[in-house]
Write a protein of this length. Structure first.
Length: 58
């Protein structure tokens, strides 16, 4: 590499500096009790296996 080109590169690096990319902390999602129950599927239909292998809805 050319001596002057190397000096120019050093000067450019000093002017612009190293741009550090900050790591963003994950945002905590605040869910209500109703949302949690819905995510768990607690309010949905339930299917139970009965005699003979038939599924029935509760």
């Amino acid at each position: 590499m050319n001596r002057s080109l190397r000096d120019q590169l050093k000067k450019w690096e000093k002017q612009h500096g190293e741009q550090k990319r900050g790591i963003k902390p994950p945002t905590k999602e605040k869910l209500s009790d109703r949302d949690l129950w819905e995510l768990m599927g607690a309010n949905g239909p339930r299917y139970v296996r009965k005699r003979g292998g038939a599924y029935t809805q509760r």
